[in-house]
Design a protein around this ligand. Structure first.
Ligand code: HDD
Length: 750
């Protein structure tokens, strides 16, 4: 019997199992082989090693730390096993008492599999639940030792590995990418003196001044508690109720209602440390510092109508963009800049630098570039890396310290605390993505899921039984900046914190006309979703203190009388140093990358001018654009002459909102087919309304007219209608595409 069981371990009549052999075996050539994993990795992006990825842990380094290679699991050529490494013979059928009999309790293979599955989910982040991550490196330009002893800034050319996570704030883990929201911009630097997390946003200010209000803010913006709506949206009663009672939020509201809240790409947005931090040099001297990340591709955004449509067409829009750019080798890059200023300078400012609702205008303290960050590798596994990464505003390294910003103080507590629930215990620092490259040694012990195997008898300090180790590092370690303090313990705010409108006005007044129009439209949209008129009135009364023009426009858009301005907290408003700052407009940073990684659609249908399709496609690809051939359906399209064209996208699965520009090549038959297709018309209408670049053959005139593009419109910027193709026309298209959008032609109602 024993022998028989070994030869026929399952159903003795295995071949007869219903549908077994044919249904589960893909025909030859129809299965995808995993990429072969050689020493350099499997994908282009993987070939770019970072130290975190490529090297074994140094002796003495935390057992969980160091190289991620150590924990990578590749199934290639491997049999399926249980978690105990026992090979699984049959992954289709549970163990039963007879083919039609009851399942057996002793089926440990089934039970292990189901039990593990039952516990696959962990709690999502209470805010910033939806995010996308990438690996890369930071490179220091010049030694910054006069300002800071932080080792990552110690030498020109010094490389420090990083992991970055971008996120929306309010939406749940599965929510859309293009919600109107702040974007998180969190960077973990694995420096050789420990991890530094710069946990910032794509906006340089915050809604509130004191961490005491953070739970209130988040409760107000999240879906309302009784019916859990709306998802990933601030356009609802409780949010506007709260912010309208918190006039300190006015400045942040300007940013949040601006196009910055709907970035075209994570790769095209700025990042900010928000708070004022301290640099501390080796002599113990401190300088205040603000951190800025400026994207090489420039700052570019969507327009609202487009964002709304993208959320249906591709809810993963920003995540996909980041992933595909890195896979294709178009590595996103940012320059890190600092604004460094002394406490004495700060004393003289009309605002308080400890107030996170205020910026330090660049005109007051210029930006100093200190290094660059390149993201060059996608994570191997979303959960292990992007989901389990734990950022913490308290993670600083020698040379970087806090200030007394009361919002920052709460953060120093909150981030570690939240991981204990989210990641299930106090040892989350040992997860490979969180573990530092620097050695970890201390007497913290045990707890859920401990990985390190601590050796020796002593887990206390001082000790003599362990040779006194690990010993404290004295001045070689992190020394908190010894800020002198002479004060009473109070609950309250300094007086400058009470001025809420100067910088809201500064922001609004520094925007271009189109940006101002979009801000007014955003307030109108959001407040039109508010069902309580008193809340709408309170917001508009607040706006009057920032901009009468904006308040009037919003009031008109909401069909309401202009209310009285909200009383100000300060009797006398301090005069701001700067009243207009061009750097605050998105147009200030257009980037220098031309059309690299821009998405262009070439519309194709039977009868299209094949030569024109390929000329345009190849020329654009040469300049780094991503070209998709979009047809009425995917697959073969028959051109006027030449071989069939393989459309890789369709008007249905890739609508116009997913592209930065469109080309409609010649071919009267193709043009006629497209003009008769409502989806092609909508494609062009959206491209036109969203101020994108359009180049169409004269053959496509009927399509243009159907899309609402008149003969006069053809004269507008970013629209080219030509009888023939040719390099001049192509050049015009490329240079217009490089401008991103042509808001000059925007119709005010858009
Ligand atoms: Fe926060 C996550 C950024 C104020 C408490 N925050 C979180 C993330 C970012 C920020 C980017 C996501 C990190 C990731 O990708 O995992 N938060 C900010 C900025 C703030 C800010 C720029 C203001 C300047 N946050 C703030 C306050 C508190 C928190 C005042 C609490 C007192 N934040 C959290 C948190 C989160 C978080 C609850 C949720 C998940 C996590 O930490 O890991 O602890």
């Amino acid at each position: 019997v024993g022998k028989m069981a070994a030869a026929m371990p399952h159903n003795p009549n295995k071949q007869a199992e219903h549908g077994r052999d044919k249904a589960l075996t893909p025909p030859e050539g129809a299965s995808v082989q995993p990429p072969s994993r050689d020493a350099t990795g499997s994908t282009l992006a993987e070939k770019n090693h970072t130290e975190k990825y490529g090297k074994p842990a140094a002796p003495g380094v935390n057992a969980a730390g160091g190289s991620l290679e150590r924990v990578r699991a590749d199934p290639e050529g491997q049999p399926l096993t249980t978690n105990q490494g026992v090979r699984v013979s049959d992954n289709q059928n549970s163990l039963k008492a007879g083919l039609r009999g009851a399942a057996l309790l002793k089926d440990f293979v089934l039970r292990e599999k189901i039990t593990h599955f039952d516990h696959e989910r962990i709690p999502e982040r209470v805010v910033h639940a939806r995010g996308s991550g990438a690996h890369g490196y930071f490179e220091c330009y010049e030694p910054l030792s006069s300002l800071t002893q932080a080792s990552l800034f110690a030498e020109a050319g010094k490389i420090t590995p990083v992991f970055v996570r971008f996120s929306t704030v309010a939406g749940e883990r599965g929510s859309k990418d293009t919600a109107r929201d702040v974007r998180g911009f969190a960077v973990k630097f694995y420096t050789d003196e420990g991890n530094w997390d710069l946990v910032g946003n794509n906006m340089p200010v915050f809604f509130i001044q004191d961490a005491m209000k953070f739970p209130d803010l988040v409760h107000a913006v999240k879906p309302e508690p009784h019916h859990a709506m709306p998802q990933a949206a601030s356009a609802h009663d409780t949010y506007w109720d709260f912010v309208s009672l918190m006039p300190e939020s006015t400045h942040m509201l300007m940013w949040q209602m601006s196009d910055r809240a709907i970035p075209r790409s994570f790769r095209m947005m700025q990042g900010f440390g928000v708070h004022t931090f301290r640099f501390v040099n080796a002599q113990g001297e401190s300088t205040f510092v603000k951190f800025h990340w400026n994207p090489k591709l420039g700052t570019h955004s969507l327009v609202w109508d487009e964002a709304v449509k993208i959320s249906g067409a591709d809810p993963d829009y920003n995540r996909r963009d980041l992933w595909e750019a890195i896979e294709s080798g178009a590595y996103p890059e940012w320059e890190l800049c600092v604004q460094a200023f002394t406490e004495e300078q700060a004393e003289a400012f009309s605002f308080d630098v400890l107030d996170a609702t205020k910026i330090v205008p660049e005109e007051l303290v210029p930006l100093q570039p200190v290094g660059r960050m390149v993201l060059n590798r996608n994570p191997d596994n979303f959960f292990a890396e992007t989901e389990q990464v734990a950022f913490c505003a308290a993670h600083v390294v020698p040379g970087i310290d806090f200030t007394n910003d009361p919002l920052l103080a709460g953060r120093i507590h909150s981030y570690v605390d939240t991981q204990i629930t989210r990641l299930g215990g106090p040892n989350f620092h040992e997860l490979p993505i969180n573990a530092p490259l620097a050695p970890v040694q201390n007497n913290q012990r045990d707890g859920m899921h401990r990985q390190a195997i601590h050796r020796g008898r002593s887990s206390y300090e001082p000790n003599s039984l362990g040779g006194g180790c690990p010993h404290q590092a004295g001045t070689q370690g992190f020394v908190s900046f010894p800020e002198p303090i002479h004060a009473d313990e109070v609950r309250g705010k300094p007086e400058k914190f009470a001025e809420h409108y100067n910088q809201a006005a500064l922001f609004y007044n520094s925007q271009t006309e189109a940006e101002q129009r979009h801000i007014a439209a955003a307030f109108r949209f959001e407040l039109s979703k508010v069902t309580v008129p008193a809340v709408r009135r309170r917001v508009v009364s607040m706006l009057r203190n920032a901009s009468e023009e904006l308040a009037a426009e919003v009031a008109q858009g909401l069909g309401m009388e202009l209310p009285e301005a909200m009383p100000r907290a300060l009797a006398k408003t301090p005069k701001p140093e700067v009243e207009v700052s061009p750097a605050l407009s998105l147009t200030a940073r257009q980037g220098d990358a031309g059309i690299q990684s821009r998405q262009v659609a070439v519309l194709v249908a039977d009868g299209v001018d094949g030569a024109a399709v390929w000329d345009a496609t190849h020329a654009l690809q040469e300049q780094g654009a991503v070209v998709r051939l979009v047809g009425p359906h995917i697959g073969a399209v028959t051109p006027r002459e030449g071989p069939a064209i393989d459309a890789d996208a369709s008007l249905e699965n890739h609508p116009g909102v997913l592209f930065d520009g469109v080309i409609v090549p010649g071919g009267p038959d193709a043009a006629k087919r497209l003009a008769a297709d409502p989806k092609a018309r909508e494609f062009l209408t959206d491209q036109f309304l969203h101020s994108k670049t359009i180049w169409a053959s004269r053959d496509a005139e009927a399509l243009l007219r159907q899309a609402g593009i008149t003969a006069q419109d053809e004269e507008l910027p970013g629209i080219f209608v030509t009888a023939k193709g040719g390099s001049k026309a192509l050049q015009n298209f490329v240079s217009a595409l490089g401008h991103h959008r042509h808001f000059e032609r925007e119709r005010p109602a858009a």
